[in-house]
Design a protein around this ligand. Structure first.
Ligand SMILES: CC(C)(COP(=O)(O)OP(=O)(O)OC[C@H]1O[C@@H](n2cnc3c(N)ncnc32)[C@H](O)[C@@H]1OP(=O)(O)O)[C@@H](O)C(=O)NCCC(=O)NCCS
Length: 231
């Protein structure tokens, strides 16, 4: 079984439980170690890396649910229409995985509307030139780089991850795809970030809707976290 990994406790507020694993090379033995999670039919023919990542994410989710509400620990977390995890009634959560890590965060629906967690490897120095316009608005990246003192590729990685966390956190309320230009990150440092929606997504989530999140460095990457709380 891949080794448990403790993510920074400051990523999420009290009431959110996080579990993570450090992953190695995907092997048949790793797959077998996740015998507690069933692989959905549609993933049975996927490449081994995808199967390991899926199982590792679901395993983290089950372990987090075991700590939050043990009665949910053995419940399945099916895949929704747009790949979103379908959490047991009363639970909100989020899953992320990379080559190195799998992580899941869960909480009670009475405390949060939605949760987003995202782990990313640091992008290469050329990423801002190649991918910047896809991930950020025209006037978004430069002021963040200037104010944070981080490199442009570090800032872009954090912005990308923060927006993916936002997507996961809001998806349950929005119910459809929305893109990287629908939100703007307005401030970030080594531990926190803030932003706002650039476009209205629903009646409740209008242009200007503010959000904030936390981030932590992990080996060769960064993890971001967002909790959409009840007002
Ligand atoms: C869905 C998405 C955010 C996943 O991020 P990723 O970096 O590719 O992969 P991660 O490992 O971090 O996350 C994958 C997990 O996200 C979860 N996920 C996938 N689609 C989701 C959705 N619609 N809503 C919530 N969670 C979702 C799943 O649990 C998935 O793991 P699984 O397939 O093993 O269950 C990404 O693929 C995507 O579509 N991004 C475009 C939308 C976006 O980010 N817009 C920015 C808005 S500001």
């Amino acid at each position: 079984m891949p080794e448990p990994f403790v993510l920074s406790p400051s990523l999420f507020p009290e009431g959110v439980v996080v579990r993570a694993l450090r992953l190695g090379e995907p092997t048949e033995a790793t797959l077998a170690a996740f015998g507690d999670v069933a692989l959905p039919e549609r993933l049975k023919t996927a490449i081994i890396e995808r199967r390991v990542h899926f199982l590792a994410g679901r395993h983290c989710a089950r372990e987090a649910m075991r700590a939050l509400a043990p009665e949910y620990a053995t419940m399945a977390i099916p895949i929704g229409e747009n790949r979103e995890p379908i959490w047991p009634f009363g639970i909100r959560g989020s899953i992320s995985h990379t080559k190195r890590y799998a992580a899941a965060a869960v909480s009670h629906m009475s405390l949060v509307h939605g949760i987003g967690i995202d782990v990313e490897r640091w992008m290469k120095p050329e990423a801002p030139t190649k991918l910047g316009a896809h991930i950020t608005l025209p006037d978004e990246l430069a002021p963040l780089v200037e104010a944070s003192g981080l490199t442009a590729s570090e800032v872009l990685t954090i912005v990308f991850s923060a927006k993916e966390s936002l997507f996961k956190a809001l998806y349950g309320g929005v119910g459809r795809y929305f893109g990287f230009h629908d939100a703007r990150i307005t401030r970030l440092d080594n531990g926190t970030f803030e932003g706002r929606l650039e476009n209205s997504l629903t009646f409740d989530l209008k242009a200007g809707f503010p959000f904030e999140g936390r981030l932590a460095r992990v080996e060769s990457g960064v993890v971001t976290a967002i909790v959409w709380t009840r007002a």
